[in-house]
Design a protein around this ligand. Structure first.
Ligand SMILES: Nc1ncnc2c1ncn2[C@@H]1O[C@H](COP(=O)(O)OP(=O)(O)O)[C@@H](O)[C@H]1O
Ligand SMILES: [Mg+2]
Length: 395
């Protein structure tokens, strides 16, 4: 059996759907319950927050949920929060598309009020966008979601999305990736709107699923104190050993290619259950192999190329974005902690500073650049697994 490069099934890269989505079935199953409750009872559940380091598969999960509901006529929109663009603008843009899809699928009279309220919302946040056709005639509804106070406007918008969805026997799903990038006042507004949704006798079938770095739950909690109980927090982590094995060996066995035992063990040991590594390793081992079964030698060759791919794709650009002072802090973190969190006090000692506040500027800039995050007060850790090991290899 030839191992054909054209048939390579692995997909390293941001948000790319893996050939086998391993270890996430419990999460998909509980979403299935939420979906059915929305469709049969017209009732919404708590919103979710998926938090985890880079490359563990959060974006892939958001895409998966999106596919599940858009096939069933739900109103759904996926956005990426960004420090540079106001959240209502990215949301309105995505919802324009969602409204156009909805007018093509559902009876327009039932959408009338939603379209009118939404168009006023989007005219307020971005006048040009507000003029884009929603696919049906719209009677503008002023004074509901266009006050200019984001918390109130989002609340009103989610309310009408919920009422319309309940009436149509569907739900609304808002997917927000990189939510840690949203500004504090935007997080406050989002929390407020989600909080209001749950207040009626029957919670409306509108759900937000936000994804972000492990610091996201703390950020949401700092925005409003009740955020701790508002969301269902689901930490997305490394895959357990059986799931990692499935992610790596499942795609090949589907194609009739086997692995020798020591070969698959060596690849799994190197990957450490990290989804991005599993895809990169799988891809390069496949390209290094000639015939089935894949041997230990194929793995050894493939691992070298996989490391280069990860260095170029994940680590180097992050490292190059850091100033000399920031690099000194990153290096200390690599030495003291590797992939584990380290206290600022230890890092101050390791870099020869008298006080931890001497590192504050570098620390805050690195957090802003997304290289490190504070897993708890007084600690920092790398956002990407394996970053420490990369840094120790640099001059
Ligand atoms: N459950 C999984 N099983 C196997 N591979 C996965 C899984 N989840 C994600 N991946 C792979 O990991 C990489 C990173 O996924 P991504 O969703 O971009 O991570 P994140 O958004 O958390 O940074 C992609 O190459 C993707 O194919
Ligand atoms: Mg992502």
């Amino acid at each position: 059996m030839i191992v054909d490069p054209i048939a390579n099934p692995y997909r390293p890269g941001a948000g790319r759907r893996p050939p086998v989505l391993a270890g996430r079935q419990p999460l998909l199953d509980s979403f299935e319950v939420v979906r059915q409750r929305a469709e049969t009872l017209g009732e919404g559940d708590r919103s979710w927050i998926l938090n985890g380091r880079r490359g563990v598969g959060k974006t892939v999960l958001l895409n998966e949920l999106w596919t599940q509901v858009s096939g069933r006529g739900w109103i759904s929109a996926k956005v990426e929060a960004s420090w540079h663009v106001p959240f209502p603008v990215v949301l309105a843009k995505a919802l324009v598309q969602a409204m156009r899809t909805a007018t093509g699928r559902h009876p327009v009279p039932k959408l009338r009020r939603l379209l009118g309220v939404f168009q006023a919302f989007s005219l307020k946040v971005d006048p040009a966008l507000g003029l884009v056709s929603l696919g049906a005639d719209v009677d503008l509804v002023k004074g509901v979601a266009d006050t200019g106070r984001l918390g109130d406007d989002l609340t009103a918008l989610l309310q009408v999305l919920g009422e319309t969805s309940a009436d149509l026997g569907i739900g609304t799903l808002l997917l927000v990736d990189e939510l840690q990038e949203a500004k504090p006042d935007e997080l406050t507004a989002i929390n407020m709107a989600i909080h209001q949704l749950g207040q009626g006798p029957t919670p409306l079938p509108v759900m937000l699923v936000g994804a972000g770095l492990p610091s996201l739950p703390t950020q949401l909690g700092e925005a409003t104190s009740y955020a701790e109980r508002l969301y269902d927090y689901r930490a997305i982590g490394l895959l357990d050993p059986p799931s990692a094995r499935l992610a790596l060996a499942g795609p090949t066995s589907d194609l009739g290619v086997a692995w020798e035992d020591d070969a698959v063990e060596a690849a799994l040991t190197r990957a450490g259950g990290y989804p991005y590594f599993l895809q990169a390793i799988g891809k390069h081992v496949w390209d290094s192999a000639r015939t089935s079964p894949i041997t230990l030698e194929d793995v050894e060759v493939g691992l070298r190329f996989a490391r280069e791919e990860l260095d170029d794709g994940l680590y180097r650009t992050r490292w190059e974005r850091a100033t000399p002072a920031q690099r000194a802090l990153l290096r200390a973190l690599a030495v003291e902690g590797g992939d584990e969190p380290v206290t600022m006090a230890e890092l101050a000692a390791a870099t020869g500073r008298k006080k931890t506040t001497d590192l504050s500027v570098a620390r805050n800039e690195l957090i802003k650049k997304g290289l490190v995050y504070p897993p708890e007060r007084g600690f920092i850790a790398f956002t990407v697994p394996g970053m420490g090991e990369f840094i120790l290899r640099q001059e």
